[in-house]
Design a protein around this ligand. Structure first.
Ligand SMILES: Nc1ncnc2c1ncn2[C@@H]1O[C@H](COP(=O)(O)OP(=O)(O)O)[C@@H](O)[C@H]1O
Ligand SMILES: CC(=O)OP(=O)(O)O
Ligand SMILES: [Mg+2]
Length: 389
């Protein structure tokens, strides 16, 4: 089955065309700066495409060239927020699209772009089966004591205010790969997985299932991220609200102006590490705040899973920044974690162990592959629906 996978970000669109049975990638790419002007003194033309529909037109030629005379069987979308309704991948229709759209306020950087991507495909190929694969789905196994906020009960019952968790497709895929690497059956695998990309979250895995995760009602809670604050005292928002900040001001400050960008002026980990190595004190402090926050979560989740059998790093930073992994591991002395400096610095696309043999638990780097997981889930959902009575 040939599946086009679309991962629409707020300003980017990543795509892959995959042959699911063969496990091969026929085409892949990234369109960036969607809806962004040049901001310079150019001719006033936008630098990137105007919207996600225009971005799809850009990738159309590449997709067609890769397909030759074969045709696409389905499109799979990464959808970040599935609320309480969506615990499995679903075949999309208009009602499902509207249900995803109603969740837009809960994932303001992501769901609106996911909906635009779905509508753009429906317009282009009205009969194409489309499947939504949700970031929240893997975290449906969180016990209630982990997903509850200690606020009046009606906030949950009337407004769905609870912890949902995100990056689930990645955490699930990485849990399976890590368990296989260590030769442990996945349903006996207890671990802590740190997905560190532009958005970042850490998940406690017990018996192969998610039992806690650092993102909550929205993808803002938890770790220090590229532009997101992660955890803070909610009274800060009350304080700023009383001082005249609007909800939009607060949203933008927390989601777009905070994190590494707020602390060090740059949301790209490579630049922050380079600046810190060149002696920039603000960049060094940003790394200290981010690594300290993550180390606290790892310690807590080690307890939550009853003693992790592994610590796993994944996603852009987790897979590539040996410097950031070192900063985190250096704070985990109490857990007996020891990185092998040589293994940690090695670059590879393969899952690997980067700790010493005497480390109390193995530390792994496992490259994530959300696109592969989405393609497989999409093929399964389409096959299932076509054999259903
Ligand atoms: N070689 C590298 N060294 C350090 N950080 C890297 C490297 N490559 C990518 N990153 C970091 O990974 C992050 C992006 O991760 P990614 O998983 O692609 O995020 P997202 O999917 O949220 O866009 C950025 O902070 C980037 O700086
Ligand atoms: C949920 C989330 O934060 O996703 P991303 O890391 O792709 O921004
Ligand atoms: Mg990502």
């Amino acid at each position: 089955m040939l599946v086009l996978v679309i991962n629409s970000g707020s300003s980017s669109l990543k795509f892959q065309v995959r042959d699911v049975e063969a496990g091969s990638v026929l085409a892949e790419g990234l369109v960036e700066k969607i809806g962004m002007g040049t901001g310079g003194e150019g001719d006033g033309q936008p630098e990137g495409p105007r919207d996600h529909a225009e971005a799809l037109e850009q990738v159309d030629a590449e997709i067609h060239a890769a397909l030759g005379d074969r045709v696409l069987d389905a499109v799979g979308h990464r959808v970040v927020h599935g609320g309480e309704r969506f615990g499995e991948p679903v075949l999309i229709d208009n009602e499902i699209t509207r249900a995803i759209e109603r969740l837009n306020p809960l994932a303001p950087l992501h769901n609106p772009a996911n909906v635009l991507g779905i509508r753009a495909i429906a317009k282009k190929w009205p009969d194409m089966p489309q499947v939504a694969v949700f970031d929240t789905a893997f975290h449906r196994t969180l016990p209630e004591h982990a997903w509850r906020y200690a606020v009046p009960d009606e906030l949950y019952t009337n407004h769905g205010i609870r912890r949902y968790g995100f990056h689930g497709t990645s955490h699930e895929y990485v849990a399976h790969r890590a368990a296989a690497l260590l030769d442990v059956p996945v349903d006996e695998f207890d671990a802590v997985i740190a997905h560190l990309g532009n958005g970042a979250s850490v998940t406690a895995i017990r018996g192969g299932q998610s039992v806690d995760t650092s993102m909550g009602f929205t993808p803002l809670e938890g770790l220090v991220m590229g532009t997101r604050s992660g955890d803070l005292d909610p009274s800060i928002l009350v304080f700023l609200g009383r001082a005249g900040w609007s909800p939009e001001d607060l949203d933008s400050m927390l989601n777009r102006q905070s994190g590494l960008k707020g602390l060090a002026g740059n949301n790209d980990m490579r630049s922050v590490v380079e600046a810190a190595e060149a002696g920039d004190a603000r960049a060094a402090m940003a790394l200290a705040v981010a690594s300290y926050r993550l180390a606290k979560y790892i310690g807590g989740y080690h307890v939550a899973v009853g003693g992790a059998k592994a610590l796993v790093f994944t996603a852009g930073i987790g897979e590539n920044s040996h410097q950031f992994r070192t900063l985190v591991a250096d704070r985990l002395g109490a857990l007996g974690v020891q990185l092998d400096a040589g293994l940690n610095r090695e670059r590879s696309k393969e899952p690997r162990v980067i700790s010493t043999p005497s480390s109390a638990i193995p530390v792994l780097v496992v490259p994530t592959d959300e696109e592969r997981a989405i393609a497989e889930a999409t093929a399964a959902a389409v096959t299932h629906s076509s054999v259903a009575p």
